[in-house]
Ligand binder design. Sequence first.
Ligand SMILES: Cc1cc2nc3c(=O)[nH]c(=O)nc-3n(C[C@H](O)[C@H](O)[C@H](O)COP(=O)(O)OP(=O)(O)OC[C@H]3O[C@@H](n4cnc5c(N)ncnc54)[C@H](O)[C@@H]3O)c2cc1C
Length: 426
Amino acid sequence: MDTNQQNDQNLQQYDLIVVGGGMVGAAIACGVAPAGMKIALLEAADQEPVWNAEGVDPRVSALTEASRLFLDSLNAWHGMTQNRVTPYQQMKVWEADGTGHIEFNCDDVFAENIGHIVENSVTLTSLIEQSKQFDNIHWHRGIRIEGISPVLDSQKDAEGVQRQVYLQDGRVLQAGLIVAADGARSRLREWGGFDTREWDYGHEAIVTTIKLEQPHQGTCWQRFMPTGPLALLPITFKGDDHYCSIVWSTTPDECARLMALDEAGFCAELSLSFEHKLGKVLSCDPRFSFPLRQRHAKRYWQPGLVLAGDAAHTIHPLAGQGVNLGLLDAATLVEELTAAWQRKQPLGIEQTLGKYQRRRMPDNLKMMALMEGFKRLYGPVPLPLRWLRNTGMSLVNNTPLVKKQLLRQALGERDGLPENAQVHLA
Ligand SMILES: Cc1cc2nc3c(=O)[nH]c(=O)nc-3n(C[C@H](O)[C@H](O)[C@H](O)COP(=O)(O)OP(=O)(O)OC[C@H]3O[C@@H](n4cnc5c(N)ncnc54)[C@H](O)[C@@H]3O)c2cc1C
């Protein structure tokens, strides 16, 4: 057999290759599959994730109504509700260093809930289950990618573009478009040579599940401290509403100290830091910590290659927006790719991908700027600014119109959303 024959045997042709079978990659595959494209979905992990009914996954997300609608359009939401989702109706935010506080209630915008706290494994397993309904989605698990074909330098070349993914086992996968949904440390972003703005927040986040003396009241709680925000997100576990998932963002030194404490010591510190708002913290699951970095690719596409989700942007978890932005990327990409496919246009060209970038980049940048502003404002600041901050927070709390606007944003309502994620409030 000559080398060309061998190469032909190793080449597998697809219409679309999605790299990364996380929440964003799996959602994109499920979203475009009904159009009939032949899709390869590549995931590095050998094992399919499992959801454990007997314990709470330490990684949870506060999903907005826009994300819920999109997941519902993929037929994944129903499966998620069969496992575990916790709706919340209120958010209470206050600061450690003063009297500033703000409270939101879904009744203010005549909505049933503000959002849902969902374990990442619940969302992902339901999307994977859904993806199996489609014969045209081919999962490749436990794969190792060695590289991708080089960047094309002219738009003219892009018209008939075919990009390749080279696997360690010698196989070559080819398609008109590769979607990089391979997470925050995306190798595809690196191989594609995408310029990225990146900086360290100087924060690490501790996540775990805790049991409290008092019920969570269907409320997301957030206390801003000079070292960083502490969030308690309600989880109803086997009908018991005394559980919360925590995201405690703090300085690396403080994180190391908190991680080194034994369970009783950590629970005591947490009760104190949370000002005993829900009584004592009675117990906590094993803790995990993550360094927090902000990243944003300066562009999201090049001929035959597009970035989505954390591969395009990572953001501070203080407002729980990371995967919500990623799911909106997914919903928008699904809309643009499906339309291009139906018009029989190539997927990997400016007309399709440039539009996706124009629709998503301003929204992502706005959210990132907001989070950076929050992080700075609530960090250690001089006394006059602290006074202003306190007054501002309470002022917003007493200004129903501004509060409603913020609440609508929290539900994910804004202009230009894809059809399958549009929130309509009264
Ligand atoms: C502490 C913390 C708390 C958070 N809380 C929230 C919250 O409340 N709300 C919210 O919206 N967001 C939250 N986020 C952010 C959220 O978790 C991420 O935005 C989300 O997981 C991104 O999804 P993704 O699919 O883009 O990437 P990932 O979830 O990282 O998935 C990427 C997938 O690609 C695979 N992969 C990687 N490299 C390769 C490769 N070379 N080949 C094949 N496969 C590969 C990985 O195995 C993985 O399965 C939080 C983040 C942190 C750190």
